[in-house]
Write a protein that binds this ligand. Structure first.
Ligand code: MN
Length: 444
């Protein structure tokens, strides 16, 4: 599954891609939708390379991409990734190979592009990004057994993990319209919260606003209504991954969630990182699926596949950083709250996708499947404040002395992700960030 585009010795003519610390070396090549900031240029698909963006429609117009990529490159002028996602894995692979050739310092097309860099590069600092795809439907799963157990023990101390958890990937239909791209402010929600001592509920600004660090899987080719996607075919329907922050209002959630699950506690905003890292780029970092402890059931046959068990996991570290308003004023950098890894997810991405389509539900290119909060066994791998502070009982202390039980207005939450493995070049996901701004109380 590895090919020339993964070779660790490749170097780009874009020097910032070769510094050893960038999230976007030539081995990554994630896609995003951009235009120059404050311009009325058309939105278009580019590929991140170091601190720059390669403008794919520009290099296509100049005739510098391999002819076999014509169909794929044409979709990149459309202003979303949906067209590219709807193609075949061979099409994605051909485009990646051609982009890699074009960005290498030692190829004829690379030398040509380097000589005309001004015509085909836009600095990321000069670009604005939008959501990478039109998301028709968004579903959020609950794939970390550590998160499910920790949260379950707070909401239901005597019965933390419900008996279905190890048999069926749990999810709910989430809200696509309030997906926002990294950098968009997040307005603290108002909502009904339980009254004191069993009294009537009141409408209030959420006082228990939280983040959830997750991955967002972008569905590629879909399935027809009434048909399914087998587990061995699932990888052909998976385009790539972005970072996802499933902002959550715990006080609203606690009052509303039974019996039908999350609703307004989640639908006020979900933040996505702008760059989609493809599964081809992730190939060097695939690992075995989570090892289920002895005594846990094996997945039912429709969710069991030898290849998925051997390579269906991904060794992907997800970090959560916070920068409060005071830290910004005082010029202090963000500080890390925790660090989890997607290899700890109980269900693989392929299992989530196959399960989603198993009743004949039609998935479509650009649909988004959230992994659920990524938590591990260790305390410092808990992917939300609800877990980290034990429901607010144990506040976390920040380096400047501030404490947090839940988020305060002005707090910026930043998710970062990366994959590292000996013998391969580290790749990253960029940032998924949002600043909490005060509630809009005009509807009181
Ligand atoms: Mn979630």
């Amino acid at each position: 599954m590895l090919n020339d585009t993964h070779r660790p010795d490749l170097r780009a003519w874009v020097t910032s891609a070769n510094d050893g610390i960038t999230d976007f070396p030539i081995q990554n090549l994630p896609y995003g939708v951009f235009r120059r900031r404050a311009s009325d240029e058309p939105w278009r698909v580019g590929v991140a390379i170091g601190a720059e963006i390669l403008d794919i429609p520009a290099v296509h117009r100049l005739g510098w991409l391999d002819g076999s990529t014509n169909g794929a490159a044409t979709t990149c002028a459309s202003g979303s990734l949906n067209g590219l996602m709807s193609l075949e894995p061979d099409d994605w692979s051909a485009l990646r190979r051609s982009l890699s050739d074009l960005l290498r310092h030692d190829t004829p097309t690379g030398r040509l592009a380097h000589a005309h860099a001004d015509a085909v590069l836009v600095s990321q600092a000069d670009a604005e990004m939008r959501l990478p795809a039109h998301v028709g439907d968004y579903t959020d799963f609950y794939a970390s057994v550590f998160h499910a157990t920790n949260v379950g023990s707070l909401f239901r101390p005597d019965n933390p993990l419900l008996p279905n958890y190890k048999w069926i990937p749990i999810g709910y239909h989430a809200r696509a319209s309030s997906l926002v791209v990294s950098g968009t402010p997040v307005v603290r929600p108002l909502g009904q919260v339980a009254g004191e001592g069993g009294g009537p509920p009141r409408v209030a600004r959420s006082g228990r606003l939280d983040y959830e660090a997750e991955l967002g899987l972008f569905v590629a080719r879909g399935n027809a209504l009434g048909s399914t996607i087998s587990i061995d075919e699932a990888p052909d329907h998976m385009f790539g991954i972005a970072l996802l922050n499933d902002w959550s209002a715990r006080d609203i959630q606690a009052w509303e969630y039974q019996p039908l699950g999350p609703f307004l506690a989640k639908s006020f905003a979900t933040t996505l990182s702008p760059w989609v890292v493809t599964f081809e780029a992730l190939a060097p970092f695939r690992v075995a699926a989570f090892a289920r402890p002895a005594g846990d059931p094996s997945p039912l046959p429709y969710l069991a596949d030898a290849g998925d068990q051997a390579y269906g996991g991904v060794d992907l570290a997800v970090e959560i950083w916070i920068r409060t308003a005071r830290m910004r004023v005082e010029g202090q950098p963000a500080t890390r709250l925790s660090r989890g890894n997607a290899r700890d997810l109980y269900w693989t991405m392929a299992q989530l996708l196959t399960h989603h389509a198993s009743n004949g539900c039609n998935l479509q290119p650009g649909d988004l499947l959230g992994s659920g909060t990524i938590s591990g066994a260790e305390r410092d791998s808990r992917g939300c404040l609800l877990e980290l502070t034990q429901g607010g009982k144990e506040p976390v202390s920040l380096p400047n002395g501030e404490k947090r039980r839940f988020l305060e207005d002005g707090d910026e939450v930043i998710l970062r992700g990366h994959c590292e493995r000996a013998g391969h070049v580290r790749i990253g996901f960029g940032e998924c960030s949002g600043v909490v701004v005060p509630a809009n109380t005009s509807t009181y």
